[in-house]
Design a protein around this ligand. Sequence first.
Ligand SMILES: *Cc1c(COP(=O)(O)O)cnc(C)c1O
Length: 457
Amino acid sequence: MEERKIPYKIYLEENEMPKAWYNMRADMKNKPAPLLNPGTGKPLTAEELSPIFCEELVKQELDENTPFIDIPEEIRNFYKMYRPSPLVRAYCLEEKLQTPAKIYYKFEGNNTSGSHKLNSAIAQAYYAKKQGLKGVTTETGAGQWGTALSMACSYFGLDCKVYMVKVSYEQKPFRREVMRTYGASVVPSPSETTDIGKKILAEHPGTTGSLGCAISEAVEVAAKNPGYRYVLGSVLNQVLLHQSVIGLETKTAMDKYGIKPDVIIGCAGGGSNLGGLIAPFMGEKLKGKADYRIVAVEPASCPSFTRGTYAYDFCDTGMICPLAKMYTLGSSFIPSANHAGGLRFHGMSSTLSQLYHDGYMEAVSVEQTSVFEAAEQFARVEGILPAPESSHAIRVAIDEALKCKETGKEETIVFGLTGTGYFDLMAYEKFNNGEMSDEIPTDEDIAASIAKLPKVQ
Ligand SMILES: *Cc1c(COP(=O)(O)O)cnc(C)c1O
């Protein structure tokens, strides 16, 4: 089909924004495996989950049958502050690469948190407020989730306690100050403020922390403080649900101009931006209405899809969270502190894990120096300084476009540009100084943490 003249930026009107989130699980024949209670080994019920999570979010977490879930008006109004986000045709990058491929990216960095995480943060804060809670606790790695959540909490007048992975707390003091400006309290993890933090510190003195440790601490604090619940910025089904606004807007924008993507690419940490971006496209694929190549990109230093095991595992290092069946490197896996670019979680969304297991999507891992090369190339022609996480997707989008150059195929590529990199300039500095290295875990490293997987079938 001949394409109509495509602008550099496709903006939607406010009234073209989705009014409901799309729940991919409703259209999956093989549903993702349920969360299990680590004590009993049985699927977790709403009653068991509600002391830790907000009630409405528990419902969303467990709902695998309702395809569309209405977005409450208060949330839609908040979305309007920074959405719809643009779908950009990367004409300048195409020109630079001299590729016949058509490259698009959905840009989610247009808000103060600098990433897509605000899409779920505002939803989670809304449901906590509606339930009459005092506040929420959470963990943050690179800091984007904590920032997004502190913005959302200040909007609804909720208290926000953030456990920040120690290495990031030290390397990213600016992100910490943004959170404090929005009224959040920020504690470096592991800390002496929780039992689990004390235990982890005793076992691994001087550890720089991991997302898994920080999750354990945040959950402990939520469980011990009345009026508090724990919220999570990725991995969970509810987060993928909220992030479906990314994909729904992308699909609407593409349909408007008669564009059909051949390849959809996203970086994958816990899987939320990717799950959100692909949602409506995967829906068509699951129903046999259309076919797309879908590619998850992960860091070679934390390769859960490409080198992990599909098994039940803990979501946290402290082993107090539910068990999720997912591609995992083992909850005791801690990626090298040298790894600069986020995407540090040991596991992967159970929904994406099931889809990957069933052959609906592919995964590749990339090394961080090549990721920063792609980031630099992109920044110089497209004008946006990308987040290191997002740059994993840029790397593979460029690689796909270069393949098209060889084959002469005019493929349409769309990737998720999840955020901006202004708070990641220490990593850029390392790269610019030629001091960045690629730390890849050995098979023995991975086998050691896999050996500690819980014994569940
Ligand atoms: C958190 C984050 C990611 C990775 O998380 P997912 O849940 O896998 O999407 C990617 N990019 C940015 C900018 C982030 O902040």
